[in-house]
Design a binder for this molecule. Structure first.
Ligand code: GLN
Length: 208
């Protein structure tokens, strides 16, 4: 059976565990290096990327997690998780560490104070049916994408997010997926289902 870890140093861990389980994969919190060995994929939740970066170092997870992701382990980052996966961060703390895996430049807290938090309906490439209700909480956006990065969603002009219209908020690079928003908060499992498909595909097909 495939197990998806959820980095459990900080942030909304429980909601991700529930969403992954609902998609039919085993889900387990990850706090220790040994727990990394037991997982086939990882979700990096929302929270505060600077804090998570510091805790990754304290818990000695930074290097091993970097190595697993570099070796091709599927990863999905939401909000702060997206920031951790990015190759480069703008408006980060100078000592903020990156896990890498995504050839993008993200800007932290990009939507600014006036629209600190907002919700909008997003059409996502690769996800059929109704648009996804996307909850943004002091979210980053993607300011630059490398050649291998697929843009899955941009902020629509109707969102009330003003100058944010057109900004990139969901991306995929091979087995690495990231959203600036929090699908774990809405009860819509399609984003997690997409990630679970990536995990199953990476494992070679017919795993549970
Ligand atoms: N602003 C946070 C950061 O910079 C991210 C917010 C979130 O994850 N909801 O890490």
């Amino acid at each position: 059976d495939l197990t998806v870890g959820v980095l459990a140093l900080q942030g909304d861990v429980r909601e991700h565990l529930a969403a992954l389980t609902a998609c039919g994969l085993r889900a387990a919190p990850v706090r220790r290096p040994a727990e990394l060995d037991a997982i086939d994929a990882i979700v990096l939740p929302g929270g505060e990327s600077t804090t998570m970066s510091r805790l990754l170092e304290t818990f000695e997870l930074l290097e091993p997690l970097r190595a697993r992701i570099a070796a091709g382990m599927p990863a999905y980052g939401s909000c702060a998780g997206m920031i951790l996966l990015a190759a480069e961060v703008l408006d980060g703390r100078p000592d903020q560490q990156q896990l890498g895996g995504l050839d993008v430049v993200v800007r932290r807290n990009a939507f600014g104070r006036q629209v600190d938090s907002f919700e909008t309906d997003l059409v996502l490439d690769g996800i059929g049916g109704d648009p996804i209700r996307a909850v943004f909480i002091r979210a980053p956006w993607v300011e630059k994408t490398g050649a291998d990065v697929e843009i899955l969603a941009t902020v629509p002009a109707v969102s009330g997010a003003g100058a944010a219209a057109g900004q990139v908020v969901a991306v995929r690079q091979g087995r690495v997926l990231a959203t600036a928003f929090h699908p774990e908060l809405t009860g819509d499992r399609r984003m997690h289902a997409l990630f679970c498909d990536i995990v199953r595909e990476a494992a070679g097909g017919d795993h549970g």
